[in-house]
Write a protein that binds this ligand. Structure first.
Ligand code: NAD
Length: 314
């Protein structure tokens, strides 16, 4: 079976590509290398086909579909959750997804798995938040663009008979992650081991999922879905505060007496405009299909801190 992984040179995409190769799939990585790195694919470079191209360009996309394709894992995006440039979010997420779905339709490919996000829920009033939470009100451009992509997927499933699976990931952590709070804290503490600046008031409480658990969930959800559009939450069973994340990083780095300096943040202690302060996903839908994360948030953050330290240490 031949599958395309868009964003396959990025953090999650490269781990997914490796796993798909191990499972025996022929893998095509489609990436514009804006944040992705060829080094992320080192262990599978001889086995994957790399197509350098941009999803915003329909002619680039044609290159990924020159040979038969059976399914697409769509992981390319502008993953910046902070305000950023609205046009960037529109082009790299919504327009890119539209172009991809159209290329799939033209080439008779009807199977797509999409990297969505917990931020589609916005400030959910129900925690843990289930997939059928009724009031989807993203508070960031990133979340809005991802929810728009999900809407497109749903429409393509119903209109053109696609099987479309959206994974709403919590904070995914692990080797090769180039952003996120864990790496940020490790980096700051390497610069100054006496003081750590924490965005917001530190009480933001979120769920963290280990990369291998997230990849396992992705394959599980894809294979368990028969057809139509389905969304699945992918997180761990708990959530932890930003101060708890800081405590774990400090411990992993063998530091003590670190002074936490809170920026206070915006709008009641959020780290930045559009930061969802409390995120905890109800993962029972995917668990009922046989998937279970092997790590809780604390364990995931601890392992990620060790990796980030190895990656960032001079
Ligand atoms: P990443 O930046 O490491 O990977 C994104 C990849 O997409 C990169 O390789 C980049 O070069 C590529 N890309 C970007 N724009 C492109 C374009 N126009 N055409 C072709 N390639 C393009 O980010 P990541 O953390 O691995 O995220 C992967 C996906 O998972 C994204 O869709 C992101 O929104 C989603 N997601 C990530 C997290 C997380 O915690 N990391 C959580 C929820 C959802």
């Amino acid at each position: 079976m031949r599958v395309v992984v868009t964003g396959g040179a990025g953090f999650i995409g490269s781990h997914l590509a490796e796993r798909l190769v191990r499972e025996g799939y022929s893998v095509v990585v489609f990436d514009n290398f804006s944040s992705g790195r060829i080094e992320n694919l080192l262990s599978v470079l001889d086995e994957v086909e790399v197509v350098r191209g941009d999803l915003r360009s329909p002619s680039d996309l044609e290159k990924a579909f020159e040979k038969r394709v059976d399914a697409v894992f769509h992981f390319a995006a502008n993953p910046e959750v902070r305000v950023g440039d609205p046009q960037e979010h529109f082009e790299n997420n919504i327009l890119a997804t539209h172009n991809l779905l159209e290329a799939m339709r033209r080439h008779g490919v009807r199977d797509v798995v999409f990297a969505s996000t917990s931020t589609v829920y916005g400030d959910a009033k129900v925690l843990p938040t289930p997939e059928d939470y009724g009031s989807m009100r993203p508070i960031s451009l990133y979340g809005a663009s991802k929810l728009s992509c999900e809407s497109l997927l749903s429409a393509y499933a119903h209109t053109f008979g696609f099987k479309a699976v959206a994974l709403r990931y919590a904070n995914v952590v692990g080797p090769r992650a180039k952003r996120g709070v864990v790496r940020d804290f490790v980096w700051k503490l390497l610069q100054n081991p006496r003081e750590l600046e924490i965005l917001g008031d530190g009480t933001q409480k979120k769920s963290y999922v280990w990369i291998e658990d997230a990849v396992e969930a992705t394959l599980h959800a894809w294979l368990a879905t028969q057809g139509g559009f389905e969304a699945y939450n992918v997180g761990s069973e708990d959530s932890i505060t930003v101060v708890e994340v800081a405590d774990i990083v400090v411990e992993v780095m063998g530091l003590s007496g670190v002074h936490y300096k809170f920026t206070g943040g915006v709008d009641g202690g959020r780290g930045w405009v559009g930061d969802v302060k409390y995120m905890h996903l109800d993962i029972s839908k995917l668990v009922s299909l046989g998937w279970k994360p092997k790590h809780n948030s604390r364990e995931a953050v601890r392992k990620a801190a060790k990796n980030a330290l190895e990656e960032l240490k001079p």
